[in-house]
Write a protein that binds this ligand. Structure first.
Ligand SMILES: C[S@@+](CC[C@H](N)C(=O)[O-])C[C@H]1O[C@@H](n2cnc3c(N)ncnc32)[C@H](O)[C@@H]1O
Length: 204
């Protein structure tokens, strides 16, 4: 098997790094990456935050590729991938300060996106931050003709894939106990949505 390569990761890794430098603090010690894909983001980004243990995760089918990147890069603060398929697996049994997920919301079915956001609401401690990178629609419209075309191509592969509405994501995050810290504009009509887990409020 050849080492997998994602050209888009090479293009977006530096803009993502700049946002992470604003978001990740010295008090953050564990980051869970959901849907690590090839592992390229982990290998590039984790060395910039040596005090953070970076846990990769994905569906089992991607683990071999991720391990190839990790074995070659030998970055001491990256953990080998955890099997985490949303809709099938429980949330990993680790206490995390940060979650990062890139380009997963338009691939996962909306039901799986909602499951993931619900898990974050149940499992993340107060103050934990979630970074969601990817394209989103605003006010019911695509942010660019290329995003509209991309959405069409996603739906050809699987009709339940597609660029999600920012409002739908935001409303679900709020419902699950998160507040938006910042919606970063990123190159190529992408966004980085950064949320913070609020205090748990008793429903009594
Ligand atoms: C377009 S790739 C993005 C990979 C990487 N994060 C990146 O930005 O290059 C989408 C990723 O979502 C993962 N994914 C899709 N459905 C998933 C699910 N139900 N649970 C966990 N990961 C899923 C895929 O395995 C894949 O790694």
């Amino acid at each position: 098997m050849n080492k997998p390569m994602s050209p888009s990761c090479e293009r977006n890794k530096d803009p993502i790094l700049e946002v992470m430098k604003e978001v990740i603090t010295e008090d953050n010690h564990v980051l869970l990456e959901v849907g690590s894909g090839t592992g390229q983001h982990a290998v590039y980004l984790a060395p910039h935050f040596p005090h953070v243990k970076w846990i990769t995760s994905d569906v089992l089918g991607n683990h071999a590729g991720i391990k190839m990147w990790l074995d070659e890069a030998k970055v001491p603060n990256i953990a080998r991938p955890i099997e985490f398929k949303i809709g099938k697996d429980e949330f990993p049994k680790v206490v995390v300060d940060l979650v990062f997920t890139a380009n997963t919301f338009h691939i996962m079915h909306w039901k799986e996106c909602k499951t993931l956001m619900k898990m974050w609401g149940h499992r993340l401690r107060e103050g934990a931050q979630v970074m969601i990178y990817g394209p989103f629609n605003y006010n019911g419209t695509f942010s660019s003709p290329s995003n509209e075309q991309f959405d069409r191509s996603l739906k050809v592969e699987d009709p339940l894939r597609g660029i999600r509405s920012y409002d739908d994501v935001h409303n679900n995050m709020v419902k699950n106990g998160f507040a938006l810290c910042k919606d970063y504009e990123m190159p190529a009509n992408n966004r980085m949505l950064v949320y913070r887990r609020l205090e748990f409020v008793s429903q009594k």
